[in-house]
Design a protein around this ligand. Structure first.
Ligand SMILES: [Fe+2]
Length: 440
């Protein structure tokens, strides 16, 4: 009986991964896969590992880490000088089971209030190594590093090396983190790989298809089990009912993380939440509004063609009316930048759409683009790399995409953006119904 179940489990696993890895595009052939680079834990059972931090409401940071020893307390001690911890906070821990896998203890502790632009030194669980992080600034300028579809290959390592070579304030990841794809120890390996970066700057992520880890054939009841337990984001702090979509403010920028793999139709909780969230944005306080999601709404690559279309049809007008400045996506393993767009046409009051799914996943690059290139697609290239968005002030920001070369990150695309909140044209026109867009 047990043998038959194991066989069933393995066949199901294979089928699920096959479906996930193929995606919906039938005319795209992926390059050969690259080896995963597994990272083991060499410390004691009580030593904190996989430490990462995330913004958790105004002036607060959430510190997350894992211990094999379930007796370790969920406590973080912290202060502004190395080894001197004037403050401490206690949080909670959780764990989860995934078939025969039982996770170690996952701790989440909120600390603060913290000062902006300040280095804090901290220790998790009352013992172990000291870490440090820099809090984001309270005002401009602020710089985001943005990478999608990260994975854990040597390509990933190259991307992270390049990201870490230049300073930044907040890391944004529009989905597909570990590529564990139901093999739970790979979540732990991923946590160890990113710890040097994710323990020093806040990592804000949203989910991709590789986070789902569902078993539709036997109706495994919970999707996103590992993702939600390990990568807790400030959804409660932003009035969301789900860890799969949330928002936060940082230094004049309102960042919205949407979920491509949860309901998004006009009756859905996500849609209602998005409308309420955008209605509450004060463009005097946060002149910039940036959205991240996984499956791109605009994409001229043959890979994953049309997969974001139903979400675009449901939500595009909401973002357009709110004058969202930029929408980042992942999923397609290449770089592509579109001009300002609304409803498939160039529109000076629409967001700039950028696909940045080129972090270093194990599936390789999406090499084939549709030809001829659509007129709204400005720059497209299948290379691994990362992006940087630097908000200089209320009105101007600089976007750059850096291709991974052997030793250096090379700036391969660059753009200056003017915020739509400062645009006389876009603020004067009372928008937005699709029938009025041609009058812009
Ligand atoms: Fe994906």
């Amino acid at each position: 009986m047990e043998k038959r179940f194991s066989l069933f489990f393995m066949v199901t696993l294979f089928l699920l991964q096959f479906i996930q890895l193929c995606g919906a595009a039938v005319d795209y052939i992926r390059p050969s896969a690259r080896q995963l680079s597994f990272r083991a834990h060499n410390g004691s059972d009580s030593e904190p590992q996989q430490v990462h931090i995330s913004l958790a409401g105004k002036d607060y940071m959430r510190v997350s880490w894992i211990t094999t020893d379930k007796q370790v307390k969920s406590i973080v001690e912290y202060g502004k000088s190395p080894g001197i911890y004037e403050s401490s906070a206690t949080g909670e821990s959780t764990s989860y089971k995934y078939f025969f896998y039982s996770s170690d203890e996952i701790h989440h502790v909120k600390i603060g209030p913290l000062d902006p632009s300040t280095t804090y030194y901290y220790r998790c669980g009352g013992a172990g190594s000291e870490f440090s992080f820099l809090t984001p600034p309270s005002t401009f300028p602020i710089e985001f590093a943005i990478v999608g579809d990260l994975g854990q290959t040597e390509w990933t390592k190259s991307t992270l090396d390049h990201v870490g070579a230049m300073d930044y304030d907040v890391f944004l990841l529009p989905g597909d983190l570990s590529y564990a794809d139901t093999q739970q120890p790979l979540w732990d390996s991923f946590g160890r790989l990113v710890e040097p970066y994710a323990s020093t700057r806040p990592w804000m992520v949203t989910e991709g298809n590789h986070e789902i880890e569902a078993f539709p054939i036997i109706n495994y009841p919970r999707r996103f089990k590992a993702y939600n337990a390990r990568w807790l984001m400030p959804y409660q702090e932003s009035g969301s009912k789900s860890n799969l979509y949330y928002s936060f403010d940082v230094a004049g920028t309102h960042v919205i993380m949407l979920g491509s793999y949860t309901d998004f139709d006009s009756e859905s909780d996500q849609y209602m939440w998005l409308q309420a969230d955008l209605a509450n944005v004060d463009r005097q306080k946060t002149p910039w509004v940036v959205v991240l999601l996984h499956a791109p709404w605009y994409n001229s690559n043959q890979a994953h063609k049309g997969e974001g279309e139903s979400m675009r049809q449901a939500m595009e007008e909401v973002l357009y009316k709110a004058r969202v400045d930029v929408v980042f996506a992942g999923h397609v393993h290449a770089y592509e930048r579109f001009t300002r767009v609304f409803d498939n046409n160039a529109d000076p009051c629409g967001p700039v759409y950028i696909t940045i799914g080129d972090g270093g996943n194990r599936e390789g690059l999406a090499m084939k683009f549709v030809n001829p290139s659509p007129s709204i697609s400005v720059h497209r290239e299948p290379s691994f790399g990362h992006g940087r968005l630097r908000m200089h002030n209320n009105t101007h920001a600089q976007w750059s995409w850096h291709r991974n070369n052997e030793t250096d990150a090379v700036t391969a695309d660059e753009l200056w953006l003017e915020s739509l909140s400062s645009s006389t044209l876009c603020n004067q026109v009372e928008m937005p119904s699709k029938s009025l867009k041609d009058e812009l």
